[in-house]
Design a protein around this ligand. Structure first.
Ligand SMILES: Cc1ncc(C[n+]2csc(CCOP(=O)(O)OP(=O)(O)O)c2C)c(N)n1
Length: 212
């Protein structure tokens, strides 16, 4: 039995902000002996995506190194998410009971989400795969392949691109010589949810001690 509820109605923007603030304070003490990626400035968009798509217990959520908010919104209890981050799992949060899977490797879960969606459709099961990533991840070949596959086979997968304009400290648009993401104006947009935001935190950590 899948656990979790649609928590977009339970969490406010301030709740998500406060979670990251609390983690930032803990991280600053040095007790978390692993990378932590904090995010701020996209709370309303994420809450809206979970709410508008009624993401619930039957759905899978895939994320990457920056997924604290996703785990909370998917229904993982706050204390469990906090403890996992303290235990050093911020960049790879996995809560199978809640169908939340994350990885710190760029591009690594694009095909996994497509495969889960293929399986759900072909087994006639309920549920969809939602995979969240950044703007540079969305420019990778594996993102393109996965989106092409789920579009052409009309699989229940949605690729959510959270565009903060940066890949660590590199300007994504400058790298690709194009002002828009590659999928703008293509048929693949029906499987992509896209929004822009400005991250209130550095890419990783707090911008001091270790920076990468
Ligand atoms: C295969 C691989 N290469 C490099 C990295 C280091 N890395 C972590 S996040 C990141 C930038 C990704 O940019 P984007 O997808 O825009 O994510 P965001 O800015 O939202 O964190 C890089 C290069 C990695 N984690 N995995």
């Amino acid at each position: 039995m899948a656990k979790g509820v649609n928590n977009s109605v339970l969490y406010t923007k301030e709740d998500l902000e406060n979670f990251e603030k609390e983690i930032a304070e803990i991280y600053a003490t040095g007790v978390i002996r692993a990378p932590v990626h904090l995010r701020g400035g996209r709370e309303e968009q994420l809450i809206g995506i979970f709410r508008d798509n009624a993401i619930g217990p039957e759905d899978y959520v895939f994320g990457h190194w920056d997924s604290h908010e996703l785990a909370l919104l998917k229904g993982v209890p706050r204390d469990e998410v906090k403890q996992a981050v303290i235990d050093g799992k911020s960049i790879s949060l996995c809560f199978p009971e809640y169908k939340v899977y994350c990885s710190g490797i760029v591009g690594s879960l694009m095909g996994t989400a497509a495969g889960v969606a293929w399986s759900l459709k072909n087994q006639g099961k309920k549920g969809r795969a939602f995979i969240f990533c950044g703007d540079m991840s969305a420019e990778t070949g594996i993102f393109h392949e996965a989106v092409k596959y789920v579009t052409n086979f009309d699989l229940p997968a949605f690729y959510v691109v959270c565009d903060n304009g940066l890949s660590v400290m590199t300007d994504t648009r400058q790298v690709w010589g194009c002002d828009e993401p590659w999928f703008k104006g293509t048929k693949f947009e029906k499987k992509i949810i896209y929004f822009k935001y400005k991250n209130a935190y550095p890419h990783s950590g707090l911008g001091w001690k270790i920076k990468f």
